[in-house]
Every structure is written in structure tokens, then in C-alpha cells.
Ligand binder design. Structure first.
Ligand code: ZN
Length: 241
């Protein structure tokens, strides 16, 4: 089984299309989405429908919750709040129902999937670094933990009671070891790399990889400006932050 994990699409249809194309080219059999399908970008509906076609394995993100009035916008900066209000206006009843039906976490065999940190997923805490990764792994029983939310991808392995960051590129999974992967963002990367990010877990080959793929940023930026969303949301895409 080749499993692709994607998160933080944020209404960016061009980035989502590029990631799905790359996943298919690499023989992906199944997809899991870690939330924030909407918010920031100009194509929330199209991204929702594309994810619904791709997979039933989807968890709720904070921007998804914001779009249906289920999270407090006081925690959002002004751009995020403006985008959340705009996004809420775009969604129809069936899309709101779909978002309202999403769980905070999914657990499948030896894997745990969540948008934010797993101890209190509805509080939307981040997993930024090795210390937070350790707390996240300590809070669950599964061997693998996959998170999103920060838009800054990294993979780490638990070794000798601590967490070790793994280098970029495909990693061979060590027997019995536990892993945490922050799978970054499809539609609004913030690690200085503007390319869309997702994770590929090849369970037969026993490898784990963060994959980057280019997409048509100019078209996405144009859509954001045309929709009347804050121009800063378009500008940041080219910078990857
Ligand atoms: Zn996000």
C-alpha cells in the first residue's frame, strides 16, 4: 500500500492538483487528508469536492471549523479572519454539513492522524519541534503519528528516549521505531520553500518521504486577488511563508 498524506490545502486548487498528479504518478493507492481544506485560498468549494472524491479519510482542521462557525475567530490574525469570513460565504449547506461531520482524529492500525497536536486536538496546539513531537508521541499508542497545522514539514524518529530529526529525502523505516511526521502544507507552505508539500508512506517498501512539487502559483495568486481576499495571502505563496 502506498499512502499519501496531505494537509493544509487552504483552498489552493492548483497546488492540490499538482499534489494529486504527483501522487498518482508515484502509484499512490490511498489518501488521508489532515484538514484545513479551506481558508486563505480562493477555491474552497472546488478543493472540498476534490478531497471528497479522493478519500473518506479526512480530519477536521481549525480553518474548516472556522468556516462553519465552530471555532473562535479571536485566535486568527486579521488576514485569516477576513479569509474565514469570505470562505464561510462561499460554502453551501451540503459543504457545511460535510465539514461538520469530520472527526478530530483518525486511528488506523498503527497510525494516528490529526490536524493539530494529539493530546487536545480541539485546542489546535502546534507540533513545531522535537520536544513537541515527543509530547505528541507520548500521548498516543500508535507507532506513527501524522500531523499538519504548522505548514512547516519535518519527520522525526524516537531514539534512546529522545526525538531525532531525519534528513530530507525518502527514509527507510526502522523496525519497531516510532515516528512523528509533520507533513507540511499543500496550499500555503511556510518553510521558505514555495512548492506544495505532502507525505508519501510506502508501507510495502517501508519508506517515508516528504515530497515537494511545483505548481502554478501565478494562477493561484491571481484568483486570490480577483476574489477580493487580502493581497498578502497571494504574495506569501511565492515566498513560501
Ligand atoms: Zn493550515
Amino acid at each position: 500500500m502506498r499512502l499519501a498524506l496531505l494537509s493544509d490545502i487552504h483552498g489552493n486548487l492548483e497546488a492540490l492538483g499538482a499534489v494529486v498528479g504527483e501522487g498518482r504518478a508515484r502509484g499512490v493507492d490511498a489518501w488521508v487528508c489532515l484538514g484545513d481544506i479551506v481558508g486563505y485560498g480562493a477555491n474552497p468549494q472546488a478543493c472540498l469536492h476534490a478531497v471528497q472524491e479522493l478519500t473518506d479519510e479526512v480530519v477536521l482542521g481549525n480553518h474548516d471549523a472556522a468556516a462553519i462557525g465552530q471555532t473562535d475567530l479571536a485566535y486568527f490574525n486579521s488576514y485569516a479572519r477576513r479569509a474565514a469570513e469570505w470562505t464561510a460565504e462561499q460554502l453551501g449547506e451540503s459543504e457545511r454539513r460535510y465539514l461538520a461531520s469530520l472527526p478530530f482524529v483518525l486511528q488506523r492500525d498503527d497510525a494516528f492522524f490529526v490536524h493539530a497536536e494529539p493530546r487536545q486536538p480541539s485546542r489546535w496546539g502546534y507540533v513545531h519541534d522535537r520536544a513537541e513531537a515527543k509530547k505528541a508521541l507520548d500521548a498516543i499508542e500508535q507507532r506513527f503519528c501524522f500531523v499538519g497545522h504548522s505548514h512547516c514539514p519535518f519527520v522525526c524518529i524516537e531514539r534512546n528516549g529522545g526525538m531525532e530529526l531525519l534528513p530530507k529525502g525518502p527514509q527507510a523505516i526502522q523496525p519497531l521505531s516510532r515516528y512523528l511526521a509533520n507533513i507540511g502544507s499543500v496550499g500555503q507552505p511556510r518553510d521558505g520553500n514555495a512548492q506544495a508539500c505532502f507525505a508519501l508512506w510506502d508501507q510495502a517498501a517501508e519508506t517515508l518521504e516528504l515530497v515537494r512539487c511545483p505548481y502554478d502559483i501565478t494562477t493561484t495568486q491571481h484568483k486570490i486577488i480577483t476574489a477580493g481576499l487580502p493581497p498578502a495571502l497571494a504574495e506569501r505563496l511565492a515566498l513560501g511563508h
